[in-house]
Design a protein around this ligand. Structure first.
Ligand code: SF4
Length: 375
């Protein structure tokens, strides 16, 4: 079943490390919601079967009032047939999850929250310039669970200078104690044109240390696996069966449409890319034009994408699929390129399945890049 990704490009504050597309001004929020609804309707023909997942990302979707979110759901339901068991996720920030907000979200068909906790330490949240504090991070999870939202995933960040291994262990332990079925954890990366990159360049912040990140990734894997989580994708851990449907479909190459500024869609052949510009996006849709650019993916592009996404998952890369979808030349080249990583003990090859070992997971991106086929 196809998926729908909807990008809500607004946030209360700009986190220092963030390079996602968002605005801290809600001035044009009404126009944005109208444009999003229009884009949904204009993409009616992009999905023929049922919708199996809807993902509200951003930005901070929980910043929108209930009426605006309802309007978007109405547009989706008027345009597509949504499966009755569809996973419907909304990204939320802890400071938004008040008792009143939870009551409002209860009236929507949302059945999964992705909560941007990042850390349970105030000093870290201030360093990141997050809009919430440590108390919000603690309280919002229990409040959500009390309101009947059990299907929660928490986002955590590691590898930043303030985070000692002891603090990292404490963050992981707190997330486990909160009894959520899913945790996503990301190593801090310094993206160009962010406040963090600027601060490092002007020597106001110390650079990120790769060895610290690697060590904290090992701590993460050890602690979460010990607590009964499955490490089903490099940055994602789930209690058995509680995998994120939307993201798993993305990694498995299932079609999805992208709605909203900066959103991407994929139909198995081409990628559709919306501009990361709120006024341009609104203007195009007000003129009844889809704002997207179409990127035609070559066979090599699709192969590289398959390698990049599959090797990071616990299901791994399937040599049989490479033969069927890409041909014997791709299979031969992959077999050849695999050898050195197999010798290093980074891969577990059983039959046609290639999976990363625990040590291989530390080099996932490097291994994927070496398996790419370059024109
Ligand atoms: S809340 Fe999320 S999208 Fe918004 S600035 Fe922070 S990290 Fe970026």
């Amino acid at each position: 079943m196809s998926g729908i990704y909807i990008h809500i490009p607004f946030c209360k504050k700009a986190c220092h490390y963030c390079d996602f597309h968002f605005s801290t001004s809600l001035k044009y929020a009404d126009e944005m919601v109208d444009s999003i609804c229009k884009e949904i309707k204009m993409k009616k023909d992009r999905i023929s079967g049922q919708v199996g997942s809807i993902y509200f990302g951003g930005g901070t979707p929980s910043i929108l009032p209930q009426a605006a979110l309802q309007k978007i759901f109405d547009a989706v339901n008027q345009t597509f047939s949504v499966d009755s068991n569809a996973e419907i996720t909304i990204e939320t920030n802890p400071d938004d999850l008040t008792a009143q907000k939870l009551k409002e979200l209860k009236q929507l068909p949302v059945n999964r929250f992705s909560v941007g906790i990042q850390s349970f330490f105030n000093e870290d949240l201030i360093w990141m310039n997050r809009a919430h504090n440590a108390k919000d991070a603690e309280d919002c999870i229990m409040r959500s669970q009390d309101a009947g939202f059990e299907n929660l995933t928490l986002d955590l960040i590691y590898g930043y200078p303030l985070l000692t291994d002891t603090k990292w262990l404490s963050n992981i332990s707190r997330a486990i104690e909160l009894q959520v079925p899913h945790i996503s954890a990301y190593a801090l990366t310094v993206e160009p044109r962010t406040a963090l990159a600027h601060a490092i360049k002007s020597k106001k912040q110390i650079p990120v240390n790769d060895n610290q990140s690697a060590a904290q990734f090992v701590i993460l894997m050890d602690k979460l696996i010990e607590a009964g989580f499955e490490h089903y994708e490099i940055s994602n851990f789930a209690k058995p069966g509680c995998y994120a449907v939307h993201n798993t479909n993305y990694w498995k190459g299932v079609d999805y449409i992208g709605i909203g500024p900066s959103a991407h869609g994929f139909n198995g052949q081409n990628r559709y890319i919306n501009p990361a510009n709120n006024s341009l996006y609104i203007e195009k849709l007000e003129n009844n034009k889809l704002p997207e650019l179409v990127e035609e993916l070559s066979l090599n592009d699709r192969f590289n994408e398959y390698i990049m996404t599959s090797i990071r998952t616990m299901w791994g890369t399937d040599l049989q699929k490479i033969t069927t979808d890409f041909g014997k030349d791709f299979l031969e080249e992959t077999r050849h390129n695999l050898r050195s990583f197999d010798d290093k003990g980074w891969l577990n090859i059983v039959g046609d399945q290639i999976r990363l070992t625990q040590s291989g997971k530390l080099f996932a991106d490097h291994i994927a890049a070496e398996l790419f086929v370059i024109e």
